[in-house]
Design a protein around this ligand. Sequence first.
Ligand SMILES: O=C(O)C1=N[C@H](C(=O)O)C[C@H](O)C1
Length: 291
Amino acid sequence: MLSAADLKGIYVAVVTPFLSNGELDLASYERYVGHLMELDIDGLVVAGTTGESPTIAWEEVEALVRATRNARGARSVPIVVGTGTNSTADTVRRTEMAGRIGADAALVVTPYYSRPSEAGILEHYRRASRTGVPVIAYEIPARTGVRLSAGTMRTILELEGVIGLKDSSGSTQLLRELGGSIAKPVLCGDDSLLFEMLEQGASGGISASASVRTKDFIEVCRQFAAGNDPAARETFEGLRSLIEDLFREPNPSPLKWLLARQNLLADDTVRLPLSPITPGLQAKLSRYVEE
Ligand SMILES: O=C(O)C1=N[C@H](C(=O)O)C[C@H](O)C1
């Protein structure tokens, strides 16, 4: 199981490959994840936003975790599984099940859609944190419809079973408000802000874009941790256009298109309501195919 001290560096948020008929494509998944494992990543996030969590069934999550465990072989790459939903009971059940199938931690998103009170959200995290599976809280107001105050986030991070935060709040404001009093590590969950968040005290990132140019993303964190901020900034600037292009249309459609072009996936299929990328974006992304 993961502890707070393990939350640093680059955790790659992986896609869930599908065949052109929409079925799970485990052969592509094993090839793609096997490739990432060779690149010294710090961890993998399965069934996150990038893994199309809203449209994959729990049995498919189980198959993905099994395949990840097989692919990791001798290298002990931590596996984080997305288990958060907008039902507390369901989130607790999924988090417990994730622990049973070998997840090292669970990524639990702030409950979305019903716009609960901060007290309700705190209780949601308290229950998930009592499952015995380490929880990474996931704040992403643009998707959930609620923005937590720094005070509530601080209380969530003080819960014993919560080992850290994935911050996709869209700016460095939350990190600055948490200031020096952050009880647990924060991972950047907004690829375009990776360098700025490291400067504000983040210990790494959970990144979709890091499926491409993986070594450069790892290098940004390593250079920064070594105190070489100018080199980290320069390496990050070299990734900026890739990150911007990967998020021009809803994630993970652009990323899947690129991974398919790189022959890591057999197909770029996404499940509805996500749709394939436009020809205009395909033209933009073509320049990364050889990288
Ligand atoms: O799946 C994830 O975890 C990530 N999701 C974010 C999103 O799509 O909003 C992006 C981030 O890079 C990783």
